[in-house]
Design a protein around this ligand. Structure first.
Ligand code: SF4
Ligand code: SF4
Ligand code: FES
Length: 319
Protein backbone atom coordinates (compact mmCIF):
# COMPACT_ATOMS: atom_id res chain seq x y z
CA UNK A 1 0.00 0.00 0.00
CA UNK A 2 1.09 3.56 -0.64
CA UNK A 3 -0.11 6.97 0.34
CA UNK A 4 -1.41 8.90 -2.67
CA UNK A 5 -2.03 12.62 -2.36
CA UNK A 6 -4.70 13.88 -4.76
CA UNK A 7 -4.67 17.61 -5.48
CA UNK A 8 -8.23 18.07 -6.68
CA UNK A 9 -9.89 20.95 -8.55
CA UNK A 10 -13.11 21.82 -6.70
CA UNK A 11 -15.91 23.93 -8.10
CA UNK A 12 -19.67 23.73 -7.98
CA UNK A 13 -21.35 26.10 -10.39
CA UNK A 14 -24.49 26.05 -8.23
CA UNK A 15 -22.75 27.71 -5.27
CA UNK A 16 -19.18 28.78 -6.14
CA UNK A 17 -18.00 31.86 -7.97
CA UNK A 18 -14.36 30.76 -8.10
CA UNK A 19 -12.75 27.31 -7.89
CA UNK A 20 -10.50 26.14 -5.07
CA UNK A 21 -8.36 23.02 -4.54
CA UNK A 22 -8.51 20.25 -1.95
CA UNK A 23 -5.63 17.96 -1.04
CA UNK A 24 -6.99 14.52 -0.25
CA UNK A 25 -4.71 11.70 0.96
CA UNK A 26 -5.67 8.07 0.58
CA UNK A 27 -4.10 4.69 1.33
CA UNK A 28 -4.23 2.52 -1.75
CA UNK A 29 -2.19 0.02 -3.79
CA UNK A 30 0.28 2.11 -5.80
CA UNK A 31 -0.61 0.54 -9.15
CA UNK A 32 -4.29 1.55 -9.10
CA UNK A 33 -5.66 3.85 -11.79
CA UNK A 34 -6.31 7.54 -11.21
CA UNK A 35 -10.01 6.77 -11.50
CA UNK A 36 -9.77 4.16 -8.75
CA UNK A 37 -7.83 6.66 -6.61
CA UNK A 38 -10.63 9.19 -7.05
CA UNK A 39 -13.20 6.52 -6.17
CA UNK A 40 -11.22 5.79 -2.99
CA UNK A 41 -11.04 9.51 -2.14
CA UNK A 42 -14.79 9.76 -2.62
CA UNK A 43 -15.47 6.66 -0.52
CA UNK A 44 -12.90 7.29 2.25
CA UNK A 45 -12.77 11.07 2.58
CA UNK A 46 -15.32 13.24 0.77
CA UNK A 47 -18.43 11.87 -0.94
CA UNK A 48 -19.02 15.16 -2.76
CA UNK A 49 -15.98 14.80 -5.08
CA UNK A 50 -17.53 14.63 -8.56
CA UNK A 51 -16.34 13.03 -11.79
CA UNK A 52 -17.89 11.02 -14.60
CA UNK A 53 -17.25 7.35 -15.09
CA UNK A 54 -19.00 4.22 -16.17
CA UNK A 55 -17.05 1.33 -17.73
CA UNK A 56 -13.69 1.72 -15.90
CA UNK A 57 -12.17 -0.01 -18.96
CA UNK A 58 -11.49 2.76 -21.54
CA UNK A 59 -14.67 1.93 -23.42
CA UNK A 60 -17.36 4.45 -22.46
CA UNK A 61 -15.21 7.58 -22.85
CA UNK A 62 -16.71 9.35 -19.84
CA UNK A 63 -13.72 9.74 -17.46
CA UNK A 64 -11.46 12.07 -19.47
CA UNK A 65 -9.82 14.71 -17.28
CA UNK A 66 -6.57 16.59 -16.92
CA UNK A 67 -4.03 14.61 -14.89
CA UNK A 68 -0.84 16.41 -13.89
CA UNK A 69 -1.32 18.72 -16.88
CA UNK A 70 -2.02 15.99 -19.45
CA UNK A 71 -5.56 15.20 -20.58
CA UNK A 72 -6.53 11.55 -20.82
CA UNK A 73 -8.77 8.80 -19.51
CA UNK A 74 -8.48 8.44 -15.73
CA UNK A 75 -9.36 4.74 -15.95
CA UNK A 76 -6.48 4.16 -18.38
CA UNK A 77 -3.89 6.13 -16.40
CA UNK A 78 -1.95 4.31 -13.73
CA UNK A 79 -1.10 6.33 -10.60
CA UNK A 80 2.48 5.08 -10.51
CA UNK A 81 3.06 6.42 -14.05
CA UNK A 82 2.00 9.97 -13.20
CA UNK A 83 2.64 10.51 -9.49
CA UNK A 84 5.18 13.29 -8.84
CA UNK A 85 8.32 12.95 -6.67
CA UNK A 86 6.29 14.51 -3.84
CA UNK A 87 3.69 11.73 -4.19
CA UNK A 88 1.00 14.05 -5.60
CA UNK A 89 -1.43 13.63 -8.51
CA UNK A 90 -3.16 16.80 -9.65
CA UNK A 91 -6.57 16.36 -11.26
CA UNK A 92 -8.48 19.05 -13.14
CA UNK A 93 -11.41 19.14 -15.54
CA UNK A 94 -10.65 18.90 -19.27
CA UNK A 95 -9.50 22.20 -20.75
CA UNK A 96 -11.70 23.83 -23.44
CA UNK A 97 -14.84 22.98 -21.43
CA UNK A 98 -16.83 24.91 -18.86
CA UNK A 99 -16.63 23.14 -15.47
CA UNK A 100 -19.96 22.15 -13.93
CA UNK A 101 -18.87 20.36 -10.75
CA UNK A 102 -15.26 19.38 -10.04
CA UNK A 103 -14.14 17.22 -13.00
CA UNK A 104 -17.64 17.13 -14.54
CA UNK A 105 -17.84 19.58 -17.44
CA UNK A 106 -20.55 20.88 -19.76
CA UNK A 107 -20.18 18.70 -22.85
CA UNK A 108 -22.78 20.52 -24.98
CA UNK A 109 -20.38 22.28 -27.40
CA UNK A 110 -18.73 18.93 -28.16
CA UNK A 111 -22.03 17.09 -28.67
CA UNK A 112 -23.54 19.95 -30.71
CA UNK A 113 -20.72 19.63 -33.23
CA UNK A 114 -21.15 15.89 -33.38
CA UNK A 115 -24.92 16.19 -33.87
CA UNK A 116 -24.45 18.64 -36.75
CA UNK A 117 -22.72 15.86 -38.70
CA UNK A 118 -25.91 13.84 -38.87
CA UNK A 119 -23.91 10.88 -37.58
CA UNK A 120 -25.89 8.13 -39.24
CA UNK A 121 -25.87 6.61 -42.72
CA UNK A 122 -27.89 8.43 -45.36
CA UNK A 123 -27.93 6.14 -48.38
CA UNK A 124 -29.16 7.51 -51.70
CA UNK A 125 -31.35 4.48 -52.36
CA UNK A 126 -33.83 2.76 -50.07
CA UNK A 127 -33.61 -0.59 -48.31
CA UNK A 128 -36.34 -1.88 -50.64
CA UNK A 129 -33.89 -1.55 -53.59
CA UNK A 130 -31.69 -4.24 -52.04
CA UNK A 131 -32.52 -7.91 -51.86
CA UNK A 132 -29.79 -8.43 -49.23
CA UNK A 133 -27.88 -6.19 -46.85
CA UNK A 134 -25.63 -3.55 -48.38
CA UNK A 135 -22.20 -5.16 -48.71
CA UNK A 136 -18.93 -3.31 -48.01
CA UNK A 137 -15.65 -4.77 -49.21
CA UNK A 138 -12.96 -5.49 -46.57
CA UNK A 139 -10.73 -2.79 -48.16
CA UNK A 140 -13.47 -0.17 -47.87
CA UNK A 141 -14.28 -1.22 -44.31
CA UNK A 142 -10.62 -1.14 -43.26
CA UNK A 143 -10.60 2.64 -43.88
CA UNK A 144 -13.38 3.09 -41.32
CA UNK A 145 -12.58 0.75 -38.45
CA UNK A 146 -10.10 2.97 -36.62
CA UNK A 147 -12.48 5.94 -36.62
CA UNK A 148 -15.34 3.71 -35.55
CA UNK A 149 -13.31 3.02 -32.39
CA UNK A 150 -13.86 6.61 -31.22
CA UNK A 151 -15.48 6.57 -27.77
CA UNK A 152 -16.34 10.29 -27.83
CA UNK A 153 -14.21 10.96 -24.77
CA UNK A 154 -13.41 14.49 -26.06
CA UNK A 155 -9.75 14.21 -25.04
CA UNK A 156 -8.68 15.42 -28.49
CA UNK A 157 -11.13 18.33 -28.33
CA UNK A 158 -9.72 19.33 -24.93
CA UNK A 159 -6.18 19.23 -26.35
CA UNK A 160 -6.91 21.32 -29.45
CA UNK A 161 -5.41 24.85 -29.34
CA UNK A 162 -7.68 26.04 -32.17
CA UNK A 163 -10.81 25.13 -30.16
CA UNK A 164 -9.39 27.16 -27.28
CA UNK A 165 -9.11 30.32 -29.41
CA UNK A 166 -12.13 29.73 -31.69
CA UNK A 167 -14.87 27.55 -30.19
CA UNK A 168 -16.76 27.56 -33.51
CA UNK A 169 -14.13 25.16 -34.92
CA UNK A 170 -15.68 21.67 -35.27
CA UNK A 171 -12.71 20.10 -33.49
CA UNK A 172 -10.79 16.89 -34.19
CA UNK A 173 -13.34 14.26 -33.12
CA UNK A 174 -16.19 15.71 -35.18
CA UNK A 175 -14.01 15.97 -38.29
CA UNK A 176 -12.73 12.42 -37.81
CA UNK A 177 -16.31 11.23 -37.45
CA UNK A 178 -17.32 13.15 -40.57
CA UNK A 179 -14.58 11.19 -42.37
CA UNK A 180 -16.22 7.97 -41.15
CA UNK A 181 -19.35 8.83 -43.18
CA UNK A 182 -17.65 10.65 -46.07
CA UNK A 183 -15.64 7.51 -46.87
CA UNK A 184 -18.48 5.04 -46.27
CA UNK A 185 -19.42 3.64 -49.68
CA UNK A 186 -23.01 3.11 -48.52
CA UNK A 187 -23.56 6.79 -47.80
CA UNK A 188 -25.12 9.07 -50.41
CA UNK A 189 -24.24 12.47 -48.93
CA UNK A 190 -20.48 12.66 -49.52
CA UNK A 191 -20.35 16.17 -51.01
CA UNK A 192 -22.98 17.55 -48.62
CA UNK A 193 -21.03 16.17 -45.68
CA UNK A 194 -17.76 17.68 -46.92
CA UNK A 195 -19.53 21.03 -47.42
CA UNK A 196 -21.01 20.87 -43.92
CA UNK A 197 -17.70 20.17 -42.21
CA UNK A 198 -16.01 22.87 -44.35
CA UNK A 199 -18.61 25.32 -43.05
CA UNK A 200 -17.74 24.19 -39.55
CA UNK A 201 -14.22 25.52 -40.09
CA UNK A 202 -12.44 22.34 -41.20
CA UNK A 203 -9.70 24.50 -42.67
CA UNK A 204 -8.91 26.18 -39.36
CA UNK A 205 -7.01 23.07 -38.24
CA UNK A 206 -3.42 24.18 -37.76
CA UNK A 207 -1.98 20.64 -38.06
CA UNK A 208 -0.25 20.96 -34.72
CA UNK A 209 -0.71 17.21 -34.00
CA UNK A 210 -1.83 17.88 -30.39
CA UNK A 211 -4.87 15.68 -31.02
CA UNK A 212 -2.70 12.77 -32.12
CA UNK A 213 -2.81 11.63 -28.51
CA UNK A 214 -6.02 9.61 -28.60
CA UNK A 215 -6.65 6.80 -26.11
CA UNK A 216 -8.35 4.74 -28.83
CA UNK A 217 -5.75 5.39 -31.58
CA UNK A 218 -8.24 7.09 -33.88
CA UNK A 219 -5.55 9.60 -34.87
CA UNK A 220 -7.97 12.40 -35.73
CA UNK A 221 -5.24 14.57 -37.24
CA UNK A 222 -4.64 12.17 -40.11
CA UNK A 223 -8.38 11.92 -40.75
CA UNK A 224 -8.53 15.74 -40.94
CA UNK A 225 -5.89 15.60 -43.67
CA UNK A 226 -8.01 12.95 -45.45
CA UNK A 227 -11.14 15.14 -45.28
CA UNK A 228 -9.23 18.15 -46.64
CA UNK A 229 -7.92 15.93 -49.42
CA UNK A 230 -11.47 14.75 -50.15
CA UNK A 231 -12.63 18.40 -50.33
CA UNK A 232 -9.89 19.16 -52.87
CA UNK A 233 -10.45 15.99 -54.93
CA UNK A 234 -14.23 16.50 -54.99
CA UNK A 235 -13.80 20.25 -55.52
CA UNK A 236 -16.13 21.17 -52.67
CA UNK A 237 -16.10 24.82 -51.56
CA UNK A 238 -12.61 25.36 -52.95
CA UNK A 239 -13.32 29.04 -53.36
CA UNK A 240 -13.36 29.59 -49.60
CA UNK A 241 -10.37 31.16 -47.88
CA UNK A 242 -9.26 27.96 -46.10
CA UNK A 243 -8.64 25.81 -49.18
CA UNK A 244 -7.29 28.79 -51.12
CA UNK A 245 -4.78 29.40 -48.33
CA UNK A 246 -3.69 25.74 -48.32
CA UNK A 247 -3.46 25.50 -52.12
CA UNK A 248 -1.53 28.78 -52.46
CA UNK A 249 0.88 27.72 -49.71
CA UNK A 250 1.60 24.51 -51.63
CA UNK A 251 1.92 26.35 -54.92
CA UNK A 252 4.38 28.98 -53.70
CA UNK A 253 6.62 26.52 -51.86
CA UNK A 254 6.66 24.19 -54.84
CA UNK A 255 7.45 27.08 -57.20
CA UNK A 256 10.11 28.92 -55.18
CA UNK A 257 11.11 26.62 -52.31
CA UNK A 258 9.84 29.29 -49.90
CA UNK A 259 6.60 30.53 -48.43
CA UNK A 260 5.87 33.66 -50.50
CA UNK A 261 3.69 35.66 -48.08
CA UNK A 262 2.80 38.35 -50.63
CA UNK A 263 1.40 35.79 -53.03
CA UNK A 264 -0.16 33.90 -50.12
CA UNK A 265 -2.20 36.93 -49.03
CA UNK A 266 -3.40 37.54 -52.59
CA UNK A 267 -4.16 33.88 -53.19
CA UNK A 268 -6.08 33.53 -49.93
CA UNK A 269 -8.11 36.73 -50.17
CA UNK A 270 -8.45 36.76 -53.97
CA UNK A 271 -6.39 38.83 -56.39
CA UNK A 272 -9.43 40.77 -57.58
CA UNK A 273 -11.17 41.01 -54.23
CA UNK A 274 -10.38 44.70 -53.71
CA UNK A 275 -12.46 45.09 -50.53
CA UNK A 276 -10.92 41.94 -49.02
CA UNK A 277 -7.40 43.10 -49.92
CA UNK A 278 -8.06 46.53 -48.41
CA UNK A 279 -9.15 44.81 -45.20
CA UNK A 280 -5.86 42.89 -44.91
CA UNK A 281 -3.76 45.88 -46.02
CA UNK A 282 -2.96 46.95 -42.40
CA UNK A 283 -1.60 43.45 -41.72
CA UNK A 284 0.46 43.62 -44.94
CA UNK A 285 1.85 47.01 -43.92
CA UNK A 286 2.76 45.75 -40.45
CA UNK A 287 4.50 42.73 -41.99
CA UNK A 288 6.35 44.97 -44.47
CA UNK A 289 7.52 47.26 -41.63
CA UNK A 290 9.04 44.23 -39.87
CA UNK A 291 10.70 42.99 -43.07
CA UNK A 292 8.38 39.97 -43.21
CA UNK A 293 6.84 40.66 -46.63
CA UNK A 294 8.97 39.40 -49.51
CA UNK A 295 8.84 41.01 -52.97
CA UNK A 296 5.86 39.89 -55.11
CA UNK A 297 8.08 37.93 -57.52
CA UNK A 298 10.43 35.68 -55.59
CA UNK A 299 13.42 34.01 -57.20
CA UNK A 300 13.42 30.24 -56.53
CA UNK A 301 16.02 29.04 -54.06
CA UNK A 302 19.02 27.07 -55.37
CA UNK A 303 18.15 23.37 -55.72
CA UNK A 304 14.41 24.12 -55.79
CA UNK A 305 14.14 20.93 -57.85
CA UNK A 306 14.79 18.94 -54.69
CA UNK A 307 11.81 20.63 -53.01
CA UNK A 308 9.65 19.85 -56.04
CA UNK A 309 10.75 16.21 -55.88
CA UNK A 310 9.40 16.03 -52.32
CA UNK A 311 6.07 17.47 -53.47
CA UNK A 312 5.85 15.05 -56.37
CA UNK A 313 6.55 12.11 -54.07
CA UNK A 314 3.83 13.18 -51.64
CA UNK A 315 1.18 14.58 -53.95
CA UNK A 316 -2.06 12.74 -54.46
CA UNK A 317 -3.27 13.78 -57.91
CA UNK A 318 -6.27 16.13 -57.90
CA UNK A 319 -8.85 14.74 -60.33
S1 SF4 B 1 -10.91 10.73 -31.51
FE1 SF4 B 1 -9.95 9.72 -29.75
S2 SF4 B 1 -9.55 11.38 -28.29
FE2 SF4 B 1 -11.04 12.13 -29.78
S3 SF4 B 1 -13.05 11.74 -28.89
FE3 SF4 B 1 -12.57 9.98 -30.18
S4 SF4 B 1 -11.57 8.51 -28.83
FE4 SF4 B 1 -11.57 10.46 -27.74
S1 SF4 C 1 -4.07 19.04 -35.46
FE1 SF4 C 1 -5.80 20.43 -35.85
S2 SF4 C 1 -7.57 19.53 -34.83
FE2 SF4 C 1 -5.72 18.50 -34.01
S3 SF4 C 1 -5.23 19.66 -32.16
FE3 SF4 C 1 -4.04 20.60 -33.81
S4 SF4 C 1 -5.33 22.25 -34.61
FE4 SF4 C 1 -6.65 20.92 -33.34
S1 FES D 1 -14.72 4.99 -17.15
FE1 FES D 1 -15.28 4.48 -19.19
S2 FES D 1 -13.60 5.27 -20.34
FE2 FES D 1 -12.99 5.56 -18.29
Amino acid sequence: MAQIKLDIFRFDEAVDTIPHRDIVSIEAPENITVLDALEEAKAQVDGSISFRRSCRSAICGSCSMNINGVTGLACKTNCKDVVTKEGTIKVDPMPNFQPMKDMVVHMDPFWDKYTRLKPYLQPQDSDADHATERRVSPEDMRKLVDVANCVMCATCYALCPVVSVDPSFAGPAAIAYAYRFIEDVRDGQRKERIAQISEDYLWLCAHCYACSYCPKHVDPHDRIVDVKRAAINDRVMLNERGPRHALTTNKTIKKTGMLAETELIQGTVGRFNIIGLLKVAPLGLRMASKGKLPPPFLKPIPKVDEVRTIFEALEVPVS
